[in-house]
Write a protein that binds this ligand. Structure first.
Ligand SMILES: *Cc1c(COP(=O)(O)O)cnc(C)c1O
Length: 368
């Protein structure tokens, strides 16, 4: 008897190339799309190590923990790094980016995270892309948490390197990712003697041996199960319609925000302005004296299936993430999450008043 995950015929180069084309269509890009055989940190690190070098200067926008990671890689490559840090409760503006570029005309690389699932904010990439393009720097975007959750148009926005993963709003696998690479970015990589080659981090290897060879021979055996899962999740997004999937995420974010305001009890949206809040996940601030990790643990004890997690690192004290993405971008998941948090809050901080019914009503009313 054949096993459903094992005993599969090998994934062909044709099928691999066809999946790449479908991912490119999802991103509405004419640029080369390379599917990378690992979690999205693989192409992110590959892009930075290919684009940055001693003598280059990078503007690294930090709106959450991923930006902090990028800064470390950039410095490790010998690049000078200008960190533009903004508080996690807001988004960066194109004006702030323009000011940083004007203050450091030598900047030739810009790294930005589109949406941060870890902090719940989203940045205005279209406006920032205009500013970066006018300056002439190479523009890398981490779109792992924005793809399928909100509009993402790398070509129209002048993005040179757009990295996506399937594990968030696409509802797909975590072990495979993709990057679209502009002609300018390929030129820059090729001119960088420090760019990885003959390495798992190398994008140039894929350019020279896969793309330039007409996508006929893969570099190594592909991650077959992840590729099949990626194909299935792209198919599911296509059949629902990308716009419908992003609309569902926008509704989930708006409903969570409205619901938590109605719930009360001192729980508030972490990102101050709704315009800066990411459709992929909504972060909440706990009231003073209530530990977010304890509150989440209590809510999950009541229902372990809820998409709740405390913030990472120091944020675990004060931040709750409602990860309403993928299969959890539903009215039911949002309503149950807020109800469980409200009940847990009353247990942890007796005397707190919450309006569970009002929160449920606000979720339903807001969902459009
Ligand atoms: C989720 C995410 C990633 C991928 O990281 P995981 O910890 O593996 O989920 C990368 N970048 C951003 C902005 C993300 O939100």
């Amino acid at each position: 008897m054949t096993h459903p995950f094992l005993d599969l015929p090998p994934l062909t180069a044709e099928r691999f190339a066809a999946i790449e084309r479908r991912v490119a269509a999802l991103l509405d890009t004419e640029q080369d799309v390379v599917i990378t055989q690992g979690e999205a940190l693989l192409p992110l690190e590959g892009c930075i190590r290919s684009g940055a070098r001693p003598g280059s200067t990078a503007l690294n926008v930090v709106t959450g923990p991923y930006g902090q990671t990028f800064g470390n890689w950039l410095r490790d490559c010998g690049a000078a790094v200008v960190d533009l840090e903004v508080p996690f409760h807001t988004a960066v503006t194109a004006e702030q980016v323009a000011q940083a570029l004007a203050a450091h005309p030598e900047i030739d690389f810009v790294s930005l995270v589109h949406a941060e699932a870890a902090t719940g904010n989203t940045n205005p990439v279209a406006e920032i892309g205009e500013v970066v393009r006018a300056h002439g720097a190479l523009f890398m975007l981490d779109a792992v948490a924005s793809v399928a959750a909100e509009p993402l148009l790398p070509d129209a926005w002048g993005v040179d390197l757009c990295v996506i993963g399937a594990q968030k709003a696409m509802g797909g696998p975590a072990g495979v990712s993709a990057v679209s690479v502009s002609g300018r970015a390929w030129e820059r990589f090729a001119a960088n003697p420090a760019a990885p080659r003959r390495s798992y981090l190398s994008l140039l290897d894929w350019k020279e041996r896969w793309i330039d060879g007409g996508r006929r021979a893969l570099l190594h055996a592909p991650a077959q199960l992840e590729m099949l899962a990626l194909e299935a999740c792209v198919e599911r997004v296509e059949s629902a319609g990308l716009d419908a999937v992003t609309a569902r995420h926008a509704s989930a974010a708006a409903a969570t925000r409205a619901g938590v305001v109605a719930l009360g009890g001192g729980l508030t949206p972490y990102v101050h302005d709704a315009r800066d809040a990411a459709p992929v996940a909504t972060t909440l601030r706990t009231p003073p004296g209530v530990n977010a990790a304890e509150l989440v643990a209590r809510a999950l004890a009541a229902d372990p299936s809820l998409p709740l997690v405390a913030g990472g690192g120091a944020l675990a004290k004060e931040m709750i993430r409602v990860n309403h993405y993928g299969v959890d971008a539903t009215r039911g998941a949002v309503r149950s999450s807020l109800a469980a948090l409200g009940a847990a809050l009353v247990e942890l901080a007796p005397g707190t008043t919450v309006d569970l019914e009002g929160a449920g009503r606000a979720v339903s009313d807001s969902w459009s």
